[in-house]
Design a protein around this ligand. Structure first.
Ligand code: A3P
Length: 344
């Protein structure tokens, strides 16, 4: 039997998603949403979030109408591969940063973080790591097959919405990021403003009622928190505030969790610090790809809108002390008994 030919080379993932699929991923001409779930969707409770966006309540979370067929399709069609890594998050909790850090960490052998040719210096992090919710909603999930393993992917789905092929899969690791909920709300408001004028008080009041995209925020957080407690080897639970405090240590933990710990030679060469520098707000804001173009298949957000302040505690500039007390007490009540707290 012939052995592997000398010229045989195998691409190891992750590689930038856009390098594999090209521009077509976000091209409207290539959107063919799954249509077979109308009967299920028509039975779901719905709201008109902020008077603009219809959301459906499904398995514990509010899903925007364009993505509900995608969630249903994902649950039925996603074929996990050993080594898959799923980055999970509620919107506006540091997903973009986590995508960059995870991509740079996992792909460091092919793309050294101090290289001037690094993909994150020519592509937005969302172009490197695909959002499954959008891909399945647009009928483009076949594109995932073209990615070499290990694949790095992202979802905003709640843990309760993940199929057991993912949630109970020993070969599929999940890295979750969340954030102090008041800061998340402020970030969400700024982000939504980039496509539609909205009053902060409207975003706030809806959130107090548990209504937000992929919310209630406490359901989102508690689902992954619980999973990280029962299966710490499969679900890593990160908090934006802790990452801001010590990003280099976060990257070390991340690498260990993913089974790719830094060697002493890499530590001596400053690789973890180089990854943090590459993915820093300062570097990302200076990259041209992060200042032009848009991300998203259904709602297109400017790449620039993913990089704002990147600080902890910005809520003080938008909430009165009374609003903060009210929201804190709602969140405290919802997460009480879980062992999780967002209080200093
Ligand atoms: P702010 O709006 O508070 O500044 P997401 O990526 O989930 O949409 O989250 C966006 C939030 O993460 C924004 O928060 C954004 O500024 C922040 N962010 C994006 N890139 C970052 C980075 N490299 N370092 C730290 N924070 C970052």
């Amino acid at each position: 039997m012939a052995g592997p030919s000398a010229s045989f080379t195998m691409t190891i993932g992750p590689v930038p998603f856009k390098d594999v699929v090209g521009e077509a991923a976000e091209d409207d001409d290539h959107i063919t949403p799954p249509t077979e779930y109308g009967d299920i969707i028509s039975t779901l409770p719905s709201i008109n979030y902020l008077g603009r966006w219809v959301h459906y309540q499904y398995q514990g979370g509010w899903v925007i109408h364009q993505r509900i067929p995608g969630v249903l399709s994902f649950q039925r069609r996603f074929t996990p591969r050993p080594g898959d890594v799923l980055l999970a998050s509620p919107p506006k909790c540091g997903t973009t940063w986590l995508k960059a850090l995870s991509f740079a960490t996992m792909a460091r052998a092919a793309y050294p973080p101090n290289s001037a040719e690094h993909p994150l210096l020519r592509l937005n992090p969302h172009e490197c790591v695909p959002l499954l919710d959008d891909l399945f909603s647009a009928g483009q999930h076949d594109k995932l097959e073209a990615l070499p393993s290990p694949r790095l992917m992202n979802t905003h789905m709640l843990h309760s919405q993940l199929p057991s092929s993912v949630a109970d899969n020993i070969d599929c690791k999940i890295v979750y990021i969340c954030r102090e909920p008041k800061d998340m709300l402020v970030s969400l408001w700024h982000f939504a403003q980039t496509i539609s004028p909205i009053k902060f008080t409207d975003v706030f009041e809806s959130a107090c009622e548990g209504k937000s995209t992929d919310g209630p925020i406490w359901n989102h957080i508690l689902g992954y928190w619980g999973a990280s407690k029962t299966s710490p080897e499969r679900v890593m639970f990160l908090r934006y505030e802790e990452m801001i405090l010590d990003p280099v240590d976060t990257v070390r933990h991340l690498a260990r969790f993913l089974g790719l710990p830094f060697t002493s030679a890499e530590e001596a060469a400053g690789v973890p610090a180089n990854i943090v520098k590459l993915c820093s707000m300062e570097t990302m804001k200076a990259v041209e790809a992060n200042n032009i173009g848009t991300s998203g298949i259904f709602l297109k957000f400017p790449h620039k809108s993913y990089f704002r302040k990147g600080v902890v505690g910005d809520w003080v500039n938008h909430m009165t002390p009374e609003m903060a007390r009210r929201f804190d007490s709602i969140v405290d009540d919802k997460i009480s008994g879980s062992g999780l707290s967002f209080r200093p």
